[in-house]
Design a protein around this ligand. Structure first.
Ligand SMILES: *[C@@H]1O[C@H](CO)[C@@H](O)[C@H](O)[C@H]1NC(C)=O
Ligand SMILES: *[C@@H]1O[C@H](CO)[C@@H](O)[C@H](O)[C@H]1NC(C)=O
Ligand SMILES: *[C@@H]1O[C@H](CO)[C@@H](O)[C@H](O)[C@H]1NC(C)=O
Ligand SMILES: *[C@@H]1O[C@H](CO)[C@@H](O)[C@H](O)[C@H]1NC(C)=O
Length: 339
């Protein structure tokens, strides 16, 4: 009797760990399409491709019922989809699955001084997972004689949105991490000015950040422009592991909101990082509430001797609330993450 109930308990526990199913494994493991698909476990799939029922990504998204509350996979076959794609607030629980970031791409070319207008891909909905897709804005900005404007590749404005093995291509303002809790895992992000910006509460793990030159101007661009507004604002960008390298000279971040926070931990920083590290450009308030920190970074750009005085070198203890998936409450909602 005792044996059988403990056996039932064991089965229950195993079952619940499958259902929660959050853990991917050690950080050397790869979270790929099949793994995510098994965690998300749905029998609803919509196909997008030249020979499928849906030829465009937007048409497939439109087919998801408003108020959707069960996971639905939109599988996007290899190809370049030249369209502007929006997941509206009413269409949650979408798993947008590509065939790999080198094979499935969503591309458009708007530019605008209003960042909510130019994105090639916009997510307003909560609970969205994305795997293996490139998002690109190929508007002609960042080159001589081009309009001096921003061109967003992706704007992420929903809560609980995760990108695995995706890529974001543009120059100026590539990734608008607008608001909500987000996870970016093994993603590639390129740009030159403020190219990861917004007020999101986001965890970037094992990401590759590539710095482009900017040929319009001699000012140094910045990788991040985080916009945390107050002490009780949960937003902030955390970069764990991964690498930063490229061509142009950049700052790791520029102060945008009075309480902005950006942390790079255990990250490779190449010579593209300018020695001052961080800038208060366009921000003239006090720097006391900013948290611009580095922790255990390495590479030629990680030398902190000439950093601005308000840059912080964080101890293991100071950094621990951030360098953990709990920073975005990931254990509660991510289909897969590392431990
Ligand atoms: C999909 O799964 C749901 C719930 O598990 C079930 O009710 C439904 O019949 C299934 N649909 C198909 C087409 O298998
Ligand atoms: C940007 O566009 C949105 C939507 O059209 C609008 O609500 C907002 O006011 C605009 N922002 C600025 C700064 O013009
Ligand atoms: C955007 O791309 C289309 C072709 O796909 C082209 O006709 C248009 O001129 C481009 N617009 C800009 C602003 O580059
Ligand atoms: C902003 O940075 C400049 C250049 O490093 C410095 O002179 C100025 O005092 C800074 N402003 C504040 C408020 O720290």
């Amino acid at each position: 009797m005792a044996a059988s109930s403990s056996c039932h308990l064991f089965i229950l526990l195993s079952l619940s760990s499958i259902l929660v199913g959050a853990i991917a494994g050690k950080s050397k493991d790869i979270i790929d399409g099949p793994l995510l698909t098994s965690k998300i476990a749905t029998n609803r799939t919509i196909l997008v491709g030249a020979k499928e029922e849906f030829k465009s990504v937007q048409a497939a998204i439109n087919a998801v019922p408003d108020g959707n509350s069960h996971w639905i996979i939109i599988h996007i076959r290899a190809g370049i989809y030249r369209e502007k794609v929006v997941i509206p607030e009413s269409k949650s629980y979408i798993f947008l699955r590509g065939n790999g970031k080198g094979r499935t791409a969503i591309v458009w070319n708007d530019s605008s001084n209003n960042n909510t207008h130019s994105a090639s891909f916009t997510v307003w909905a909560d609970n969205v997972n994305v795997f293996g897709i490139s998002f690109k804005n190929d508007a002609l900005v960042g080159v001589p004689d081009a309009p001096f404007e921003q061109s967003v590749a992706a704007m992420v404005a929903g809560d609980k949105v995760a990108f695995y093995h995706c890529a974001f291509y543009s120059a100026h303002n590539t990734l608008f991490d607008h608001k909500g809790r987000h996870f970016y895992e093994s993603c590639y992000i390129q740009g030159n000015i403020d190219f990861i910006f917004g007020r999101g509460q986001s965890f970037f793990q094992n990401c590759e950040i590539f710095v482009l030159a900017d040929r319009r101007t001699k000012i140094l661009g910045s990788i991040t422009a985080q916009n945390r507004q107050s002490a009780d604002d949960n937003s902030g960008f955390v970069f764990l592991k991964g690498k930063v390298y490229g061509i142009g000279d950049v700052f790791l971040g520029r102060a945008k909101g009075a309480h902005s926070r950006v942390i790079f931990s255990k990250t490779y920083l190449s010579k593209t990082i300018t020695p001052a590290g961080w800038t208060n450009w366009s921000y003239d308030g006090i720097t006391d509430h900013l948290l611009y920190g580095e922790h255990d970074c390495h590479g030629p750009g990680a030398d902190t001797v000439r950093r601005v005085p308000w840059a912080r070198q964080l101890t293991d203890e100071e950094v621990s609330p951030f360098t953990n998936i709990d920073f975005i409450n990931g254990k509660e909602w991510l289909p897969a993450y590392y431990y």
